[in-house]
Ligand binder design. Structure first.
Ligand SMILES: [Zn+2]
Length: 284
């Protein structure tokens, strides 16, 4: 029964693959990359897929050789790799990207799209089933980030700041939470999860969110992001899974299942083309 249940869960999770990877997965991947690469020098960059080559052409690959990696950080779902000359590699996993680590001498992995070989003989590989992930090299000072709101886990992100951002918006709160100018990097899954945690209806009009509700919602956002498992996520249709990310979700992808608080069946609605999962009884 366990196995069948896991297979069902897998099939359902993959049907929402476009919602992954979300911020916790990107944060985890970024930390692994940082630990593997900071202070090390790039020996060679290999691009193994045409789509990635468009973003990182041969001249950019050549410029990377010999550069030392000074820092790796995350902004929203972007990973930013700062090199010793001030240039920056911008990485976006898009739908199915992830890092894999090993030795530079390893055979090319299944779905490996690119490989950064480091001078200590290790490698960091971009694994990406859909091949939508990008790595781009920006010369010093030329990376222009979009206008992003605060990071949801930063201490500056408070109920007052959130309420301020919501004050002029008349769209439903769920959609506002996906607006990167309101809060950066909170994706579709954790927007649903946070609203359930805060007992706020996803349909509540943004500028009707009270100060108390905004405080509750900020705390809920932190709770759901910190509760998210840091492991890998599902690869579409391959059966390759490591850890079941969705076991941590209370409403996301649980349409028809009983609410963990009140046993009412979880509903799914579509807001701005994205699925929202919620409990109509305990979210007001
Ligand atoms: Zn409920």
């Amino acid at each position: 029964v366990d196995k069948v249940d896991r297979q069902l869960r897998f099939a359902r999770a993959t049907s929402h693959i476009s919602d992954m990877p979300e911020l916790p997965e990107v944060e985890h991947a970024m930390q692994q990359f940082r630990a593997a690469a900071v202070g090390r020098t790039i020996a060679r960059v290999r691009v193994l897929h045409k789509a990635l080559e468009r973003a990182l052409p041969a001249d950019a690959q050549q410029k990377l050789a010999g550069r030392t990696i000074r820092n790796v950080e995350r902004r929203a779902k972007l990973q930013l790799v700062t090199l010793d000359d001030g240039s920056i590699i911008e990485v976006h996993f898009k739908m199915t990207g992830d890092w894999s680590f090993g030795a530079a001498t390893d055979d090319i992995e299944h779905r490996e799209r690119g490989r950064i070989e480091l001078s200590d003989g290790t490698r960091v590989s971009l694994i990406d089933g859909r091949a939508f992930a990008v790595m781009r090299l920006h010369p010093p000072g030329e990376l222009a980030l979009p206008d992003l709101g605060l990071e949801p886990l930063s201490p500056e992100f408070t109920g007052a700041v959130l309420r301020d951002a919501l004050a002029k918006r008349t769209i439903p709160i769920k959609q506002a939470l996906l607006d990167q100018k309101v809060v950066s990097g909170l994706g579709n899954i954790y927007a649903s999860e946070a609203l359930w945690e805060a007992k706020i209806s996803p349909e509540r009009v943004s500028n009707k969110v009270t100060a108390a509700a905004a405080d509750t919602l900020v705390a809920a956002i932190r709770t759901v992001l910190e509760r998210a498992p840091a492991g890998r996520y599902y690869y579409e249709g391959t059966g390759e899974t490591a850890e079941a990310t969705d076991t941590a979700w209370r409403v996301y992808d649980r349409e028809g299942e009983p609410c963990a608080r009140c046993k009412t069946k979880i509903k799914r609605i579509v807001q701005g083309t994205r699925s929202t999962f919620y409990c109509a009884k305990c979210q007001k």
